[in-house]
Design a protein around this ligand. Structure first.
Ligand code: SF4
Length: 66
């Protein structure tokens, strides 16, 4: 099994949502071969009191692969 075939697991995995581009292939929801998320929607949050730039925000729907 190559990396692309083996890189995605979980519910609805590898049914890419073309509205959610993502390169976090360590996430269980990620479809590595296409660099899209497989979820219908994701929750974006911040870990900062006063976010001022892109790195201040996170995808709270992230879940690690096993
Ligand atoms: S849940 Fe978030 S981090 Fe995970 S694949 Fe979807 S967009 Fe990327």
């Amino acid at each position: 099994m190559n990396k692309a075939e083996n890189s995605c697991s979980g519910k609805n995995c590898c049914t890419p949502n073309k509205s959610i581009s993502c390169t976090v292939c360590e996430c269980v929801h990620h479809c590595t071969g296409e660099n899209y998320c497989s979820l219908e929607k994701v929750k974006i949050t911040t870990h900062e009191k006063n976010p001022t730039e892109c790195r201040c925000v996170d995808c709270s729907s992230f879940a690690p692969k096993n």
